[in-house]
Write a protein that binds this ligand. Sequence first.
Ligand code: PAF
Length: 285
Amino acid sequence: MPLQIITSVEEMQNYSSVLRAKGKTIGFVPTMGYLHEGHAALIRHSCLEADITIVSVFVNPTQFGPNEDFSRYPRDFERDCHVAEEAGAAIMYAPTVEEMYPNGYSSMVLAGKESQVFDGVSRPGHFNGVVTVVAKLFNAVKPHIAVFGQKDYQQTLVIKRLVKDLDFDIRIIIAPTERELNGLARSSRNVYLSEHDRENASLIYKALTAAVDARQQGEKNAHSLQAIMQKILMTIPHVHIEYAQAVHADTLMETLDFSDDNSIVFLVAIRLGTTRLIDNFVWHP
Ligand code: PAF
């Protein structure tokens, strides 16, 4: 079936209501476009779980800070449609900014407690923008399931909190991070990196795996685990390390020493020039 493009909220809602009335299950993959293999994997995952998969492409202005890359965020709608269709999506929902935030728009959803650390500190207002747009997209697409990538680990916790606290009847699936051959997590923002930067950025993966290995071998002290990541990240030329931390995986709370049964998330955010890169690994006992 050729990909169908829908751009209005009303048409999207009507389309989804018809699907639901026919007893079809709807899977949803929200994106900001410039789709890559990571997104294709999320779409394929959704296709396995639901009858119809809807992908959205919307570069959401309310989740970008004033000095961030909203206007230069990479866009290629034609290619996005091709990637989405190839991966098995049936519908591309691509509303305009005016459709999502028309004149007079003035409501926002407040992100929950998981939003108050890490990227919530370095990107003030970011998660309120994310949960607002995700809530709006959910209300337009009316999915049964929604698939998000683990690469944005904090975002996955914030979205699970949104769904729980606001009683969205949607099952959230977190799909594993897709990586390039050198370990670099796939991201639309990788397009900003030179070949050389991409090689250097693969040290993020090395830092994360070194910390996971250390935990596997019995290291439980958060500072020691962090020092292992810092040491490797510091070898990247001109790097600015925003954070490289080991925290509780379900709450993002810091601790001095983990206990045997703690699940840990290793979180990294660095800047290479003007490009901000994030990645993570979750370790379970
Ligand atoms: O992860 C993203 O691409 C965005 O934050 C999302 C969830 C599509 C909301 O704009």
